[in-house]
Ligand binder design. Structure first.
Ligand SMILES: NC(=O)c1ccc[n+]([C@@H]2O[C@H](COP(=O)([O-])OP(=O)(O)OC[C@H]3O[C@@H](n4cnc5c(N)ncnc54)[C@H](O)[C@@H]3O)[C@@H](O)[C@H]2O)c1
Length: 386
């Protein structure tokens, strides 16, 4: 998929963001707090709309912002802080993540593009000055990139970013913690997967192996259990797994056992890459549906799952609940929880369409999801050209 620099409107929202989308939604920036020494250089990357390096020697900021595509709307994606071993490693990650956001937003039917930012460094070295510099960096994209919290950044960090730029969402007092919404989306996704694989959306009697009993996993587990599903939980933090077992009436196994346990559904809610050669060889589950990003270690694992008769509910379709929720901060009139929740059913509907596409075309669901997401972007790009 290529990119285009967008200046018009599509689907009711400005593609190159502008004041309208943010109107009245964010605290006005305080320009006096702007960091003066920020050096911004463009990193040319084919297929990406704009990738830049931002360096602020004063605060020690070394960051990259990647905007993959804004044809459907401004690129929204979190700000991650990670001790990458090199800038190259950070660039690879931010490219992969921002591209993923394009597909996630497109599949969810949102008027948003794909973008992401990464700060290279140990989260222990966070500072107010660093997030102010980061705010300047975000601001330099003039609204074509909107940021939010992500791995190792918090709502409080975003509040500092917001003193410099209005292009930040997920602030306290607005759409709030996305995890319960992500969990709700996973639950709806699982109902779609159950309908496809087991012939009914009813989760009663299904055994779900939950890997990762964190913010999303524990809420997801509760929702499944409430409908009569049985939970087997695993977490590297034993306490977290025990807590889920207690609240759901389920059981606990070790993280080493969870991927090969006897169950109907494997729900990866910890880290990416858990669906790999070894997992696929030992998996008893017939459905994979969880919140973790980048569940397939390599793209060919999608096809391997299909060959083994395992239905994979593509991660970025299933875990879009948080994005749908935060998107509602940007719509005219501001965030309304009911409106955000109403849009979540899109996850279920989209999955059913993706499963059908995969069935009809004889392709794996991961490829079907990419095609599904790409179709909307390509149509918008054609319209933009016309
Ligand atoms: N929070 C959201 O709204 C959201 C949205 C989209 C995607 N996701 C993705 O969903 C996943 C879970 O997110 P979260 O917010 O619940 O994170 P979290 O950090 O709250 O929970 C993750 C849990 O997984 C556990 N864990 C880590 N490695 C493990 C392993 N090898 N085996 C078993 N457990 C392990 C951790 O101890 C932790 O309890 C992440 O991959 C995240 O990127 C989250």
């Amino acid at each position: 998929m290529g990119y285009s620099e967008c200046t018009g409107r599509i689907g009711g929202l400005p593609r190159r963001v502008g004041a309208a989308i943010m109107h009245g939604l964010a605290t006005p920036p305080s320009p006096q707090k702007a960091v003066k020494m920020l050096e911004i250089t463009v990193i040319p990357v084919e297929g990406y709309q704009r990738v830049c390096r931002g360096i602020d020697p004063e605060s020690g900021l070394h960051a990259i912002i990647a905007v993959h595509n804004t044809v459907l709307g401004p690129a929204l994606g979190g700000m991650r802080m990670w001790p990458y071993a090199s800038e190259e490693e950070a660039l690879t990650d931010v490219k992969r993540l921002s591209r993923g956001m394009t597909y996630k937003a497109s599949c969810a039917g949102l008027n948003l593009g794909g973008g992401k930012s990464v700060i290279i460094g140990d989260p222990k070295n966070k500072s107010k000055e660093m997030f102010e510099a980061m705010g300047m960096f975000v601001e330099s994209f003039q609204g074509s990139y909107i940021t939010a919290e992500d791995v190792n950044t918090k709502v409080e960090d975003m509040a500092i970013v917001n003193t410099v730029t209005e292009y930040v969402v997920g602030l306290a007092g607005k759409s709030d913690n996305p995890s319960p919404k992500t969990a709700w989306g996973c639950y709806l996704g699982l109902k779609a997967a159950a309908e496809e694989k087991f012939g009914s959306p009813d989760l009663k009697g299904l055994t779900v192996a939950l890997e990762g009993a964190g913010s999303v996993g524990r809420v997801y587990a509760d929702l499944i259990a409430k409908e009569g599903g049985k939970i087997i939980a695993a977490d590297i933090k034993e306490k977290a797994a025990n807590r889920v077992a207690e609240s759901t009436g389920g059981s606990v196994v070790s993280p080493d056992e969870i991927r090969s346990i006897d169950c109907d559904v494997y729900a990866p809610c910890a880290l990416g890459g858990s669906v790999n050669d070894e997992t696929i060889a030992n998996l008893k589950a017939r459905v994979i549906c969880g919140a973790a990003n980048n569940q397939l270690l390599r793209p060919e694992h999608g096809e391997k799952l299909r060959e083994r008769g395992v239905l994979y509910a593509p991660d970025y379709v299933v875990n879009a609940g948080g994005l749908i929720n935060v998107y509602h901060e940007l719509v005219p009139g501001g965030y309304k929880e009911e409106a955000a929740m109403a849009q979540m059913d899109k996850i279920r509907q989209n999955l059913l369409q993706i499963f059908q596409l995969a069935r009809e075309e004889g392709i794996c669901t991961a490829v079907a999801a990419d095609r599904f997401g790409e179709a909307r972007v390509l149509t918008a790009m054609e319209q933009a050209k016309a």
